[in-house]
Write a protein that binds this ligand. Structure first.
Ligand SMILES: *[C@@H]1O[C@H](CO)[C@@H](O)[C@H](O)[C@H]1NC(C)=O
Ligand SMILES: *[C@@H]1O[C@H](CO)[C@@H](O)[C@H](O)[C@H]1NC(C)=O
Ligand SMILES: *[C@@H]1O[C@H](CO)[C@@H](O)[C@H](O)[C@H]1NC(C)=O
Ligand SMILES: *[C@@H]1O[C@H](CO)[C@@H](O)[C@H](O)[C@H]1NC(C)=O
Ligand SMILES: *[C@@H]1O[C@H](CO)[C@@H](O)[C@H](O)[C@H]1NC(C)=O
Ligand SMILES: CC(=O)N[C@H]1CO[C@H](CO)[C@@H](O)[C@@H]1O
Length: 640
């Protein structure tokens, strides 16, 4: 009796409801399903005079009893590992249309559906229903509109300004002249020097933070790595191979790499508090700095981001072609045109529908957390109040995540299923469900509070330790412990990421209690581990990673990292659209693609940094400095 109860309890606790699901299919059965992706030859199609190429997403329908269809439905129910095999993505060439030369009156959808109906009926005894179609014969061309003209002119003016300023600098520039003229701000030569400048090691307050540059750069490269795998999931020629990746525990480090963003959040909280305390040594803390610092940050973050956004919304339309273009870029362009104002106000992470520059959720969340952190900083000026407020908010943050997960029945972490990765790059409205966990927990700012608080706490502590000149010689005696401080958090952090592979098991979805527990604890613990690592590095306790991260070249990569973060998804989308055949999913091909994307992202972020980020930054600083004295002091401290 009691063991039966225990069994029932265990079942209820560990697994939710169970239903008829097929977890595994052997090769023969797998091949009985219609191919997920199938593309007629694109170039050949368009080379015919009347050839029209349509890419279409459609569903299969059964009208007679059909065992293959039932198998597909049951196989697709295991959503965490399998594609939905009843939703297919094909490229169809229409060329035998002798009496249909007028494209504007021709019902392409009807023709394509008839073709598919016919072939699916003869092969699988199935019918089809098209949900989305886009056709092209290479002849259509987008007209320039007013937005293109405005953005084009603005970019041209910006480039001209830089060019003129660079020439002025070359001819009139005087190395010895200390007071900078206007053209110094825009001169490419000056800004190039600033890009190549080594890290300022003379400032004892900033010197320990050098390793953060390396950490940030490495994390940036990892983020780009994760995003380059997206196009392969959109369309490839062997989906079975990708579905099998989910059985490999090591690949779960890749699928759960969403945790990496928590480290960025910790660093961001840390820098806010540490820098703010240093700058407030010389002036009074007052609420006036809240709007001022917010404005400063907005002005600092916005120019490069706005350039990418504007170009995506306007000129990006004209560069694209190919069968995957509508799939990988169409919705982004449409959403950027519609929602750009939300992006410029950094509130788009609270809007559910936009597919525009999807990676920028972090910039928005960071901006909101910055304001939140600054309010806490201003409200709690005594150590005692901080000791109460910070832990309180830490636990409130955890409770918020738990409540979201429990009440809305979400996943323990963002589950990167084949069908979720695809909408990550494209959302067809009302058709594909975007992962609610991604929308409601991952990218909102109030659900990322715990790690930000951890970072803030570390900022207070480090400032305090520096002030009292904390002596760590006692700890340094334990060599083994110090050595472990580096690898241990990384290994444990990876362990937490791999633990999420539990949610991908060949079993019914785990119970909501378990998911809630994981959601509430995993990120804070992960954040805590990396806070320890960061503290150990800046206190010079840890020497394994610190020596790597303090490499001089990282400071250049770190400067470019914001631009690279903004630009890399656009590059991925563009290169993905250049392909006319399904993507190759071998490891070798993906490594090549990754290195290519990484190099191109970094190279393209150099002009963006030189022409936009740095000049604008310096101009705003100059303007804000002349408008107040406090920043002047701040500048001096930074220069010291
Ligand atoms: C695959 O599984 C089916 C039943 O699910 C079985 O009839 C068939 O023989 C299997 N094929 C191979 C090659 O094992
Ligand atoms: C798969 O797609 C079909 C068609 O859109 C849908 O009806 C079905 O619910 C999906 N299956 C799962 C498990 O989401
Ligand atoms: C094209 O014309 C032929 C005869 O002129 C006709 O039989 C056929 O149905 C037409 N095709 C379509 C798609 O209308
Ligand atoms: C195609 O159809 C449009 C609209 O129905 C019409 O204006 C145009 O003249 C037609 N073109 C040809 C070549 O028939
Ligand atoms: C294809 O088959 C479906 C289901 O029988 C039907 O509803 C649809 O009208 C067919 N499409 C065409 C173009 O014949
Ligand atoms: C949470 C939230 O604010 N959701 C809104 C996001 O924006 C869309 C429209 O842009 C609204 O429909 C949602 O309610």
């Amino acid at each position: 009796m009691s063991s039966k109860m225990l069994n029932i309890f265990l079942l209820l606790f560990i697994f939710g409801e169970s239903y008829g699901v097929i977890y595994k299919l052997n090769e023969t059965d797998y091949q009985r399903m219609p191919a997920l992706f199938k593309f007629d030859n694109y170039e050949e199609c368009l080379s015919k005079p009347e050839g029209i190429y349509c890419t279409t997403k459609f569903e299969i329908i059964k009208i007679t009893p059909n065992p293959v269809y039932d198998m597909i439905v049951e196989f697709s129910k295991h959503t965490v590992k399998h594609y939905n095999h009843s939703k297919l993505f094909y490229g169809v060439c229409l060329s035998d249309n002798r009496n249909q030369t007028n494209i504007s009156t021709w019902d392409l959808k009807q023709s394509v559906e008839a073709r598919l109906n016919e072939s699916f009926w003869s092969e699988h005894r199935l019918r089809t229903k098209i949900t989305d179609i886009s056709c092209s014969n290479e002849k259509e061309d987008y007209k320039l509109d007013i937005g293109d003209v405005i953005v084009g002119t603005a970019c041209l003016i910006l480039v001209l300004l830089n060019v003129v300023a660079s020439f002025c600098d070359l001819y009139f520039g005087d190395e010895n002249n200390k007071s900078p003229e206007w053209y110094h701000y825009f001169s490419i030569r000056c800004n190039w020097r600033r890009l190549m400048e080594p890290f300022d090691e003379t400032n004892p307050r900033l010197r320990p933070l050098k390793c953060l540059n390396g950490l940030r750069s490495v994390l940036m490269c990892l983020v780009i790595l994760i995003h380059t795998s997206v196009p392969v999931f959109v369309c490839n020629n062997n989906p079975r191979y990708l579905e099998q990746w989910f059985d490999n525990i090591y690949y779960h480090l890749l699928f759960n790499a969403t945790f990496i963003m928590q480290i960025f959040i910790v660093i961001s909280g840390f820098l806010l508090i540490y820098n703010q305390q240093i700058s407030d040594e010389s002036n009074e803390i007052s609420w006036k700095i809240l709007p001022k610092r917010t404005l400063e940050r907005w002005l600092r973050l916005t120019p490069p981001y706005a350039v990418i956004l504007a170009l995506t919304a306007t000129w990006f339309r004209h560069v694209g072609s190919g069968p995957f273009w509508p799939e990988v870029a169409g919705s982004e362009i449409r959403d950027c045109r519609r929602y750009w104002w939300q992006h410029l106000l950094y509130i788009h992470n609270y809007s559910n529908e936009s597919d525009c520059t999807i990676q920028s959720w972090y910039i928005a969340a960071d901006m909101q957390l910055f304001i939140f952190g600054l309010i806490i900083y201003l409200a709690c000026r005594t150590p005692r109040s901080r000791k109460i407020v910070l832990p309180t908010f830490f636990f409130i943050g955890i409770a918020i995540v738990a409540a979201h997960t429990y009440l809305e029945n979400l996943d323990g972490t963002v589950i990167c299923t084949p069908d979720i990765i695809v909408p990550y790059i494209r959302v067809i409205r009302n058709q594909i469900r975007i992962d609610p966990t991604f929308l409601k927990v991952y990218r909102r700012s109030h659900t990322n509070i715990p790690c930000y608080i951890l970072g803030m706490g570390a900022g207070y502590l480090f400032y305090y330790w520096q002030k009292i000149n904390l002596n760590l010689d006692k700890i340094k005696k334990y060599k083994m412990l110090c050595w472990m401080l580096g690898p241990l958090p990384v290994v444990l952090g990876s362990g937490i990421m791999v633990m999420a592979s539990y949610f991908y098991m060949d079993a019914p979805r785990s119970s909501v209690m378990l998911r809630t527990m994981y959601a509430a604890t995993a990120k804070p613990v992960f954040g805590l581990l990396f806070t320890v690592l960061i503290c150990a590095m800046i206190m010079k306790l840890e020497n394994v990673f610190r020596t790597i991260f303090e490499w001089d070249c990282w400071s250049i990569v770190a400067r470019l990292s914001y631009c690279a973060y903004n630009i890399h998804v656009t590059i991925i989308r563009y290169t993905a659209s250049l392909s006319t055949v399904p993507f190759q999913q071998s490891i070798m091909a993906m490594v090549q693609y990754y290195i290519f994307i990484l190099v191109v992202s970094l190279l393209l972020s150099i002009p963006l940094w030189l022409l936009v980020e740095e000049p604008m930054n310096r101009v705003w600083k100059l303007y804000l400095r002349s408008s107040s004295k406090t920043t002047q002091v701040q500048e001096k401290i930074k220069l010291k």
